[in-house]
Design a protein around this ligand. Structure first.
Ligand code: RP5
Length: 195
């Protein structure tokens, strides 16, 4: 249960509710799922950027191996519940994103997670990346849940001017941050280009 009417806020001792949606009155547009609560510290980055971009989301655990029926139900109902994109994170033998993509026509973004059962993360990267023809999963870098959130926002932004504007602003911020660093660096390191 979600105690906050707006955001999936941390509970005491930095624990999180695992079935929350931002803006309880707003239908979630992005479904964030993960194989285990041990994935939450990584997947939290997706929630943070979606909050920043003011995009409604829900977050919960769906395990391909341990709750296969829940996985079928989640993917099977996602579209009719109004979700536009699903972000799925998993570690080790990371079958969740691919299986979700096999069930729904919604775009699925996969987040490979370097989990306790991972061999350096390569197992989850390859499990999520190497999908067969016909069933794509947009795979982000290892532990790159923030990029998954941004990509989800970009998909939603193709049909939502407010989200699109928020993304433009975000990109301008990235640009300004780097230019500020260039200015600082110039004090010690001259280059011909910036003269
Ligand atoms: C995967 O196994 C999960 O996505 C997680 O990354 C990993 C370990 O799960 P726990 O043993 O911590 O529940 O299915």
């Amino acid at each position: 249960m979600c105690t906050s009417s707006h955001y999936a806020l941390p509970q005491k001792e930095n624990k999180f509710h695992l079935s929350c949606s931002i803006m309880a009155t707003t239908k979630p547009l992005v479904g964030i799922i993960m194989g285990s609560d041990s994935d939450l510290p990584v997947m939290q980055a997706a929630t943070e950027i979606l909050k920043e971009l003011n995009i409604s989301f829900e977050l919960t655990i769906v395990s391909a191996h341990r709750t296969p029926q829940r996985m079928m139900d989640y993917a099977g109902n996602a579209k009719e519940r109004g979700l536009k994109v699903i972000i799925a994170g998993a570690g080790g033998a990371a079958h969740l994103p691919g299986m979700i993509a096999s069930i729904t026509t919604l775009p699925v973004i996969g987040v490979p997670i370097k989990s306790s059962n991972s061999i350096d993360g390569w197992d989850s990267v390859l499990s999520i990346l190497q999908m067969p023809n016909g069933v794509p999963v947009a795979t982000v870098a290892l532990n790159a849940a923030k990029n998954a959130g941004i990509l989800a926002a970009q998909i939603i932004g193709t049909n939502d001017l407010t989200v699109s504007a928020a993304l433009s602003k975000y990109k301008q911020t990235l640009n300004s941050e780097v230019l500020n660093k260039v200015e600082k660096l110039k004090a010690d390191w001259k280059n011909e280009f910036d003269i």
